[in-house]
Design a protein. Sequence first.
Length: 255
Amino acid sequence: MYPWQSGSDGREETPRLHYNPRSGHWLPDHSRLQHHVNSAVAYDVWQYCEASGDTEFLHTEGAEMVLQIARFWGDLADFDGGLGRYRIRGVVGPDEYHDGYPGAPRPGLDDNAYTNVTAAWVLGRALDLARGLPVWRRQELLERLALDEAELARWEEISRRLYVPFHAGVISQFDGYGNLAELDWGAYRATYRDIRCLDRILEAEGDSVNRYRASKQADVLMLGYLFAPEELAALSAHWGTPWTTWSGAAPWSTT
């Protein structure tokens, strides 16, 4: 697993606490749960190799990185018999305002769409690599990583059956996002004028930004930046989940 914030030796160095100057409170920092950083590493490897044509790197260090990241996602996903889908729980997406459910005893969110979609993409690219490497390289790498056909088959299954939540006909940022309250934006802008640190404002009031549909960073919308519409449509078909006809911007709305 790659760290969210790394020290010079590669260790996870993300702070466990942060200070809110509005309230004077030290608060837990759960940003280390942004495991989507692993998908970002794999995505960068893939983009670099596509742009440069560096097959030597792709077949050596790059392949090992992508396969190990796929293994991370394969180990993290668990099957939900009720849904008939695999789920990735207890994570934080790109939007750092939401790091847990209101009143929940543990941090993290279930089925962040950005996390799940990029994880499925990584699993698919890892399978492409494992099947497309030169025979000698494939055998050497799979043996060194102790990676067998059963694990590859599990990756295939997970990549096709990861859960992506919806609400009101659009992709949810995470499971339960559609149940969150609407913030009175006008009232908060009138009171505070600058609400860029909304999480600190709400915490100082004894409230939590986790209760509201408010975002600090683009989250599910980033999928439309990383992947072309036809790529997302292909992922949707791979899942067997008809997301959208791709006829407009509506599927990427966040309400």
